[in-house]
Write a protein that binds this ligand. Structure first.
Ligand SMILES: *[C@@H]1O[C@H](CO)[C@@H](O)[C@H](O)[C@H]1NC(C)=O
Ligand SMILES: *[C@@H]1O[C@H](CO)[C@@H](O)[C@H](O)[C@H]1NC(C)=O
Ligand SMILES: *[C@@H]1O[C@H](CO)[C@@H](O)[C@H](O)[C@H]1NC(C)=O
Ligand SMILES: *[C@@H]1O[C@H](CO)[C@@H](O)[C@H](O)[C@H]1NC(C)=O
Ligand SMILES: *[C@@H]1O[C@H](CO)[C@@H](O)[C@H](O)[C@H]1NC(C)=O
Ligand SMILES: *[C@@H]1O[C@H](CO)[C@@H](O)[C@H](O)[C@H]1NC(C)=O
Ligand SMILES: *[C@@H]1O[C@H](CO)[C@@H](O)[C@H](O)[C@H]1NC(C)=O
Length: 495
């Protein structure tokens, strides 16, 4: 019996699962999976935010900027149809309903000519003492449920199972201090987990000056409330707390592995550990996701179990749209995007693309949501990371050489125009991105207009009190006028 145990986490920077990121925090369960299975060193999210990347994960991408219809057939449904018992615990988040009104209005109005802080300032909070193991209680409850299900149900099943556990950690916690409609900017842990972090190994990220930042990065940094002053100590602490939260997540993975071992199921179960996106943890003056920088787009991906090569490190760039469907030997629809990871899982250590698997040498990621005032497309190919914006010409593209500049501090797009042109050509062959960007703008406008109409005379009060209320209330008229101007310009654009 071949079965799958799937653990999915939020905001996990994939670089922590291998050297040198793994020097900063002790992740014993990840290390166990590395020893017993295969690790992907270059795995990327197809979209650095929860909802669309999960849509992909659920193998059913409709629109790049909307969620799935709730009744859409997911890979879990498909597995069930083919005789698997399926069980899920914790966060799923692949339909659009879970994001707050603030998140949505912020995304719809990203082309408006104003700049408002939306997030609370990132901060740390220590809770409990050196004995407090369970900090993120909701995740622990779901982990317990998954463990109990393995011990009580999975052991006696006659057919194979798929178990999915979705965790919130290491996502930052809500910041109620920021008032009504607060965001999540609190990095919270206990001394128990903080002790797993090696402070000496924490790198303090270099920042470019505010005036040198790419304009879209500046928008992200500003709306995430990170353009103020931060001391080195503050940055180091935020990073340390984030790593401690990763250690707590690792312990939940450990519980699943132990339960499988205790029930004798470990040897016949494939375990997959991954995340929907990473976390910047103050790199590039940002926290959170929604960025194509490594911290946010590079995800962990580890697989172990029968048929999976042990102690293997895969260098190929892979994406969350890639699939493991053949692992379960069930037929899958042929019209979905992605490439099978199976040949990689079975190949020799460290080998590059094999000719018999027509896996391309690039991965694509895109983003159209809040905290970024343009549609963004990223192509990772070899040592290059190419980032194109909007219609491809109105916003400066970015090109980073990840071998020479792993911290992505020097945009070399102007220095390598030929590379930019050839990467852009590949990108255009995959997605007509100027057209997609335009339709996202149209979609945002329509959504905003119908939202505004639905509020009637309550509009002014409600829009003023979204997450940006601290800034908005300083000059309500100005911001409302900026919105009116944006709507008019769009109307004219239509004529
Ligand atoms: C970090 O990862 C590297 C390569 O993946 C491995 O050789 C090393 O043992 C790991 N170190 C720790 C402390 O986990
Ligand atoms: C942004 O950070 C400042 C401190 O730098 C804080 O006073 C303010 O409340 C934060 N804004 C929001 C929206 O939380
Ligand atoms: C599993 O099945 C065995 C044998 O039929 C039985 O003894 C045991 O109680 C069952 N376990 C659970 C948790 O139902
Ligand atoms: C994004 O916002 C920044 C900061 O306000 C601005 O300089 C830039 O022009 C905006 N970019 C786009 C594409 O709207
Ligand atoms: C794939 O094809 C199936 C069957 O023809 C159809 O139901 C499904 O909607 C298609 N999926 C996509 C993503 O186009
Ligand atoms: C999975 O990968 C295989 C091989 O590349 C491909 O034929 C198949 O369509 C993919 N399936 C899905 C669901 O993406
Ligand atoms: C406006 O707010 C009032 C009071 O909260 C509520 O009763 C009313 O239904 C709202 N109107 C609309 C159009 O949402």
């Amino acid at each position: 019996i071949l079965q799958l145990s799937f653990q999915f986490v939020l905001l996990s920077d994939g670089r922590l699962t291998f050297f040198p990121g793994n020097q900063t925090v002790d992740l014993p369960s990840i290390n166990f999976m590395k020893k017993q299975g295969t690790i992907f060193l270059n795995a990327y999210t197809n979209s650095p935010i929860c909802c669309p990347s999960r849509c992909k994960l659920h193998n059913l991408f409709t629109n790049p900027f909307k969620g799935l219809d709730p009744d859409y057939v997911t890979w879990m449904d498909l597995m069930e149809k083919h005789g698997y018992t399926t069980q899920k615990f914790g966060k799923l988040d692949y339909t659009s309903g879970h994001h707050s009104v603030s998140n949505r209005v912020e995304a719809w109005t990203r082309d408006v000519d104003f700049l408002l802080r939306q997030e609370g300032r990132p901060m740390v909070k220590l809770r409990g003492d050196r004995k407090q193991v369970r900090v993120m209680e909701a995740d622990w409850r779901n982990t317990d449920k998954a463990v109990n299900w393995i011990k009580e149900e999975a052991v006696n099943l006659t057919q194979p199972f798929v178990l999915y556990l979705g965790l919130n950690l290491p996502h930052p916690y809500p910041s109620p201090y920021a008032g009504e409609n607060f965001g999540s900017s609190t990095f919270l842990t206990s001394p128990y987990w903080l002790e797993k972090v090696n402070y000496e190994a924490i790198k303090i990220p270099k920042w470019s000056s505010l005036s040198e930042m790419h304009p879209v990065d500046y928008y992200s940094s500003y709306t995430k409330n990170c353009t103020g002053e931060f001391t080195k100590e503050e940055v180091r602490n935020i990073r340390a707390f984030y790593y401690a939260m990763c250690a707590e997540t690792d312990a939940m993975l450990g519980e699943i592995i132990s339960a499988l071992r205790g029930t004798g199921l470990l040897g016949k179960t494939i375990i997959i550990f991954t995340a929907d996106h990473g976390e910047l943890a103050m790199e590039h003056r940002q926290f959170y996701k929604m960025s194509m920088y490594e911290g946010s787009s590079h995800i962990p991906l580890l697989v172990m179990g029968p048929g999976v090569r042990e102690q293997q490190q895969i260098l190929n760039a892979v994406s969350l749209v890639d699939n493991i469907s053949l692992l379960s030997r069930i037929p899958v629809p042929q019209n979905l995007s992605g490439y099978s990871l199976i040949p990689l899982l079975r190949e020799k250590a460290g080998s590059e693309v094999s000719p018999r698997e027509h896996r391309p040498s690039w991965v694509l990621s895109e983003f159209h949501g809040c905290n970024v005032n343009s549609s963004v497309y990223m192509l990772r190919a070899g040592k290059w990371k190419y980032i194109a914006y909007s219609d491809g010409s109105s916003v400066l593209p970015q090109l980073f050489d990840l071998t020479a500049d792993p911290d992505e501090l020097t945009n070399v797009a102007i220095k390598f125009p030929v590379t930019v042109r050839s990467l852009d050509k590949i990108l255009l062959s995959l997605v007509n991105y100027p057209k997609v960007s335009f339709s996202v703008q149209e979609y945002n406008k329509q959504q905003f207009i119908s939202w505004k109409q639905s509020l009637g005379h309550n509009y002014s009060r409600i829009i003023a009190n979204l997450r940006w209320h601290q800034d908005w209330l300083k000059d309500q008229k100005k911001y409302e006028n900026a919105i009116e101007k944006w709507l008019v310009v769009l109307e004219q654009g239509k004529i």
